[in-house]
Design a protein around this ligand. Structure first.
Ligand code: SF4
Ligand code: SF4
Length: 442
């Protein structure tokens, strides 16, 4: 197997539009960028891993760079992330690896791929483009470590997850894929009564409030953090606001102040993304619009990356991100192909925007949980896992094993035959397996 086939067969997650999904076996790139940037408040697994395993991170980046023929290799880290930056700098110096450290400002979304690529290389990814379009490959720290493990012959079976927020002790938890999120959270100490959880960061993560939803959610191949919050936290009310209420409020309250657009990082990069314009067109209504008019009014929505900066800066709390998602759904439903600007120009005024991490943390009401880089490393021992076979649209999953089979950790369970392979995350008996997933009991 060549390099790309090896990492695909190992089950390395590649569903964020970045490395390695964009690479073909014959591809070579100018730049390899590994992001150790934890841009969302409290979601710090990339930073923690860098501080705890810096030698392996540098070794991973060096190995990948050699395989993809990168002329330059960079690890990006937040400028205020002292432990990760120092550990990585030391590992680079000791190993004499041809890897540079790039310190990016502490703001959100510093880890947005087009923003990161532009900051480091000056190259501009067009709207709906990918890093390979401009000669770059981008990966996260955990992805890089998974690739190194794949080159060493190991398959992806676990995730490193930070467990933070209203917990007794902050953890970097190594958990088998398919473990219960509730079990992961409980490792950090008893949960507050009626706690809610955010799986992922507070900006892009999924809010879980109902006990049944918390109980049903499991660690996926891309889970990075779990944030425990008390029941009265403001993020709970915000996440539960119905879409109908938001759409109605936009009509009555959007003053077209443009703050959402001025702070939008994709607008700053020169992409067609003007949330204030979508809000104004929503106020006018979409009744009777033909496809061309609909595309003209709401087409920007397909260029939204869902970062949520607009939600935070809106002075009247209108959540433009969810309005964008609503109209993106409308565009898909109508089958409209929105024209794509392939040569954007960075808008110097106001430039690439975003929001400082400290300010964002305060605005989200998370300051009391932030600021500590002290995480205990633990490993979760799960006696049962439910592994979801998330797959790409139009692809079939081929089941390699059957219900009743005994499997060892790391054995192949299913594959789409192209670039998606799923392995057993614990050893045990397969209780159930179908196209949607597998349940294994130790
Ligand atoms: S920031 Fe809020 S009020 Fe201002 S234009 Fe955007 S949605 Fe409207
Ligand atoms: S979520 Fe808001 S700020 Fe982020 S890209 Fe979309 S419109 Fe821009």
């Amino acid at each position: 197997m060549n390099f790309v086939e090896t990492i695909r067969a190992a089950g390395v997650a590649c569903d964020n539009g970045s490395f390695p999904v964009v690479l073909e076996p014959e591809d070579a790139v100018d730049w390899l960028i590994c992001s150790a940037v934890s841009a969302e408040p409290l979601a710090e697994s990339e930073s923690c891993l860098s501080a705890m395993q810096p030698e392996r991170v540098v070794a991973a980046v060096s190995a990948i760079a050699e395989k993809v023929g990168a002329k330059k290799s960079v690890i990006a880290v937040r400028s205020d992330d002292g432990p990760a930056a120092q550990a990585l700098a030391q590992a680079i110096a000791t190993s004499h690896a041809p890897v540079e450290l790039f310190r990016t400002d502490a703001y959100y979304p510093a880890n947005d791929i087009p923003v990161l690529v532009h900051r480091i290389t000056g190259r501009l990814i067009a709207e709906r483009g990918i890093p390979a379009d401009v000669g770059c490959a981008v990966c996260g720290v955990q992805q890089a470590l998974d690739i190194l493990a794949a080159l060493e012959g190991t398959h992806v079976t676990d995730r490193y997850i930070t467990v933070t927020g209203a917990v007794k002790r902050q953890l970097l938890l190594k958990a088998p894929i398919g473990s219960r999120i509730a079990a992961c959270a409980a490792e950090a100490g008893p949960l507050p009564a009626d706690a809610c959880l955010i799986v992922g960061g507070p900006m892009r993560g999924k809010l879980l409030t109902a006990p049944s939803a918390i109980e049903a959610t499991v660690v996926s191949r891309t889970t990075e953090s779990i944030i425990v919050l008390p029941r009265d936290h403001p993020l709970r009310a915000r996440g539960k606001q119905p879409l109908e209420t938001i759409l109605r409020r936009v009509k009555s309250s959007c003053g077209n102040c443009r703050l959402c657009t001025d702070f939008c990082p994709r607008y700053g990069l020169g992409h067609s993304m003007r949330p204030n314009r979508i809000m104004q067109n929503h106020r006018r209504g979409d009744k009777g619009l033909g496809n061309d008019e609909f595309s003209e009014a709401f087409g920007d929505a397909v260029n939204c990356c869902g970062c949520g900066v607009c939600d935070v800066v809106c002075p009247v709390n209108l959540q433009p991100r969810r309005v964008n998602a609503f109209y993106r759904g409308g565009i898909v439903k109508r089958g409209i192909l929105v024209p794509r600007e392939r040569q954007p120009e960075v808008r110097q005024t106001p430039g690439i925007r975003g929001i400082e991490t400290d300010r964002l943390t305060a605005l989200l009401g998370l300051s009391e949980y932030a600021g500590s880089h002290s995480f205990d490393l633990r490993e979760l021992s799960a006696d049962e896992v439910s592994i979801a076979f998330a797959r790409k649209p139009g692809r079939n999953m081929y089941l390699i094993r059957s219900a009743g089979d005994h499997v060892e950790k790391g054995e192949l369970l299913a594959s789409d035959g192209i670039d998606f392979s799923i392995h057993a995350s614990i050893g045990g008996t397969i209780v159930k397996i179908d196209a949607s997933g597998a349940q294994i009991k130790a």
